[in-house]
Ligand binder design. Structure first.
Ligand code: GDP
Length: 589
């Protein structure tokens, strides 16, 4: 081995692609060098230090083992779910298992079509005519290896699982339509996958279309730090057409390559645990649930606890409806015999007796009660305390703003605040109001949502309350950055809390000179106060939020008015009041 004293630090294991990047050589060239040394490896395969040292030696570089950075990575990152799943398993007993894949992407970019196309290639290749039932997941075989697909596409399913502490998928396939490019939900999907630290590859769909523009999409992906591999990056981008069933094989191969570089393992003989994919009540069969086995081997007749449901499994079938005696890691199965309905994302485990099952369920029901009473909130105020107690290591943020013109400077200002003792990680930044999806992502990632000149819609607000997600709205950028900065330094003052002081119903609407239109209301609860804040709801929709500018009782201006009384209410700059609207009055303390 020649050495001219050029040293290069290498980790204990490195992916060929990364190694090539590190030494600035073409991966192909590297693979050739490996081959000439008798090592067959693909671009996504990992080689150990000794092998890497030989190859870099051929380029006149001397490899030295990098100081162990691994642990540091673990500390700041979310622990990959499979590690949690197999915690306690002896590493010698771990065996590779099929990767579990989920498909995310913007609406209409072809998620469902792609799932169907993949499923059909399998049916064509295997038991033609075999009836496959929809159980929420299926498996296909490629090069003698299985791949498990979760076939409820969409971010909600993915995030819901994460919010429950489970994580179904090992790999995300991001579908981007070549004629449409990166869209809001594409960005959202990337944020979800990144937050979950699940590796991603891109299916560039609809390449059959005349107006497909793959290069434009690649450019957009590169801008989002997903630099395509043929541009020297690390993101695999596979052109496909779900409609014409083109590129499906390449996509499956790509998935296997990604799987190879992410060490997907389980102990087939270990403790049986997994995740509930979906559950429904069948009139004749009772509760039908789809379970994804993630460790151990599930047997027909096993007693299972899933969330707060339990039971002896009467029958296990695969996605084709074929009865199974047992199901190993990464196998999705439909089961019958549970006493109640588990929820998608619930973890399940096998226990030794019904008695044990009942006591676990009783414990869980009790714990759920106390938890809902003292739901732990990830709030900005608590951040520092959480860091001190070792519960948090970084501040995860979701940023929403009214327009791109304000979003960009906010993100760049916020990014400047990281780098101190507490890291700052922006999971997702987007324009638009705060909705359910943002709250789901925040709940699953223990993030805080900050909004600039936006509102939280009713559903989002409700979910945030339920999940204990902190939403903070600002109208001045520096107040936002100031709050975050203070929180990072543990100097944030106690938060102002919203307190609802009264509710009223709109019984009539009439014209008034000063305010345009005035709502004739009856106070149904508490009191209304002039100068307090109000929200006006029409059904479930919030139609206005602002100050209660005018309050009258029988033509007299009043400061407040109590339950049972009627009054006239006016809002500055809002006129669209309708009979039946509900008014909620609150103060910020
Ligand atoms: P989803 O909302 O992401 O699940 O998208 P769908 O799978 O429902 O597809 C949306 C539309 O795009 C449908 O009309 C599909 O027929 C069409 N589509 C999906 N894949 C392709 C493709 O590869 N080529 C073309 N031309 N159309 C496609």
């Amino acid at each position: 081995m020649s050495s001219n004293g050029n040293k290069i630090e290498l980790p204990a294991n490195i992916v060929i692609r990364d190694l090539a990047l590190k030494i600035g050589k073409s991966p192909i060239d590297l693979i050739k060098k490996l081959m000439s040394n008798g090592v067959m490896a693909t671009i996504n395969q990992t080689v150990d230090f000794d092998t890497a040292a030989i190859v870099v030696g051929e380029y006149g570089l001397e490899a030295v083992l990098e100081a162990v950075e691994e642990e540091k990575k673990e500390e700041t990152g979310e622990v990959p779910h499979w590690r949690q799943m197999i915690a306690g398993e002896n590493s010698a007993s771990l065996k590779p298992r099929p990767p579990v894949v989920t498909i995310l992407g913007h609406v209409d970019h072809g998620k469902t079509s792609l799932l169907d196309a993949i499923r059909q290639t399998e049916v064509a290749a295997g038991e033609a005519g075999g009836i496959t039932q929809h159980i929420g997941a299926y498996q296909v075989e490629k090069k003698g290896r299985l791949i498990t697909f979760l076939d409820t596409p969409g971010h909600a399913a993915f995030t819901q699982m994460r919010a429950r502490g489970a994580q179904g998928a090992d790999i995300v396939v991001l579908v981007v339509a070549a004629d449409d490019g990166v869209m809001p939900q594409t960005r959202e999907a990337i944020a979800h996958a990144k937050a979950a630290r699940v590796p991603m590859l891109v299916a560039l769909n609809k390449v059959d279309k005349a107006n497909a523009n793959p290069d434009r999409v690649k450019q957009q992906l590169a801008e989002l730090e997903l630099v395509p591999d043929d541009w020297g990056g690390t993101t695999m981008v596979v052109p496909v057409s779900a409609k014409q069933k083109q590129g499906i094989d390449d996509l499956l191969e790509g998935i296997l390559l990604v799987a190879d570089s992410s060490e997907i393992k389980a102990n087939p003989n270990g403790k049986v645990i997994g995740t509930v994919i979906e559950a429904e009540l069948d009139k004749s069969k009772g509760v039908m649930a789809t379970l994804l086995v993630q460790n151990g081997t599930l047997n027909a007749g096993d007693i299972v606890v899933a969330g707060t449901a339990y039971g002896k499994l009467r029958a296990i079938t695969d996605y084709k409806g074929k009865p199974l005696k047992k199901a190993g890691p990464s196998t999705p199965v439909a089961v019958m015999g549970l006493s109640g309905m588990p929820s998608a994302g619930d973890l399940f485990q096998v226990v030794s007796s019904e008695k044990e099952a009942r006591s676990i369920v009783a414990e869980r029901t009790e714990a759920a009660k106390t938890l809902s009473q003292s739901k732990k909130k990830v709030s900005l105020e608590d951040l520092f305390a959480n860091v001190q107690s070792g519960e948090a290591k970084e501040l995860n943020l979701i940023v929403k703003a009214d327009v791109q013109g304000s979003l960009d400077p906010i993100v760049s200002e916020l990014n400047k605040l990281g780098g101190g003792e507490i890291g700052l990680h922006i999971l997702h930044a987007e324009t638009g109001n705060i909705g359910n999806n943002d709250v789901m992502l925040a709940a699953a990632s223990k993030a805080i949502i900050v909004g600039f000149n936006v509102q939280a819609d009713v559903d989002g607000r409700r979910l945030a309350e339920k999940e204990g997600v902190d939403i903070r709205l600002y109208e001045i950028i520096y107040r936002m950055t100031e709050d975050i900065e203070k929180a990072l330094k543990g100097m944030l003052e106690p938060k102002l809390e919203e307190k609802v002081i009264g509710r009223a119903q709109v019984l009539d609407v009439f014209a008034a000179s000063k305010f345009g239109r005035v709502a004739g209301c009856k106070v149904t609860e508490g009191e209304l106060k002039r100068g307090a804040r109000v929200r006006l709801y029409r059904g479930a929709d919030m139609v206005f939020e602002g100050d209660l500018s005018s309050l009258r009782h029988e033509k007299e201006d009043v400061k407040e008015i109590r339950q049972g009384y009627e009054c006239g209410v006016g809002f500055k700059s809002f006129n669209d009041i309708q009979i039946g609207d509900q008014l909620v009055c609150y103060v910020v303390e």
